[in-house]
Design a protein around this ligand. Sequence first.
Ligand code: SF4
Length: 332
Amino acid sequence: MGAHGKRGQNAEAPPFWQSKVCRKTDKNGHRERRENPSSGIHLCPSVKFVENFFLFFPPSCCLAIVPRMKKSLPEQAIEYLEYLKEQGITHVPASGKTFAPAPKAAPAAKPDAVVQPEKKTPVKRKNTDAKSKVPDAPKSGKDTLESLVAEVGACQACELAATRTNTVPGEGCLNPDIMFIGEGPGADEDAQGRPFVGRSGKLLTKMINAMGYSRDEIFIGNIVKCRPPGNRVPTPDEMAGCIPYLKRQIAVIKPKIIICLGATACRGLVQEKLPIGKARGQWREFEGIPVMLTFHPAYLLRDPRKKVFAWEDLKTALKRLGKEPPAAAKEG
Ligand code: SF4
């Protein structure tokens, strides 16, 4: 240690940081000092630490360690100089050594950095377990059409919430003869928040009128209340997640019969296994309500030859209600 001319090194003495009794103050609060046998000078343990520390580690290296020490390096340096002053030392001879600036440290490798898998950007996913999000019953009181509209409007239970413009809860009257149930909103419905308002909707309105009703006299809803992107078929999870709303709507609306429009609606409401071409015209049941299965208007637009079959199904439904189609429709 060339920096302390009055003191020599004791090669035998263990460095203080290895000492088991390394206290900075004694029980009376006085600084603990340890005698250096070779020089007769009392050395503060923390001084010895700084003294040895500077020898073996360049300053830049020290800086990296500073945050881990209880006292910062400048604090310890000041403490050391004050101690020398107390000892009557007025000059600190330089050792002549200069420390080359430390090479720019490469970013420290993490100890456990074996091969880290490439970090993937987390995909924001909404909860797809919609079943658990949509309660089967209202938290308090009874459902009303209005309360259901409000609840659906705030629903975030499945991924469709992220891409919708408007929810489409359905529209019509309470206690109607017929409730029509389609698959889900398309682009027009999503834009307006109303069911069956596009080309398919116009055809459905014609079908309703042909049965002798106006849209105000029936109810129109969908299996899912939000538009699947690109008009894709809703997934089984999305359907199952949204069905509690439909069940609650049906319980409030209390239709005499339900007409399911298309394969997806039939699958979603009555878990129909048959293809719609075979299932159409048949009766099923949902919670005690008769359900007629028929084609979706969009399908009828693509294949108008099937309209005649759909009309047969609608007449069968009317018959169940004890009604006949109006004379004009019969003639048409
Ligand atoms: S589709 Fe149904 S369950 Fe999904 S966010 Fe819309 S309202 Fe909620």
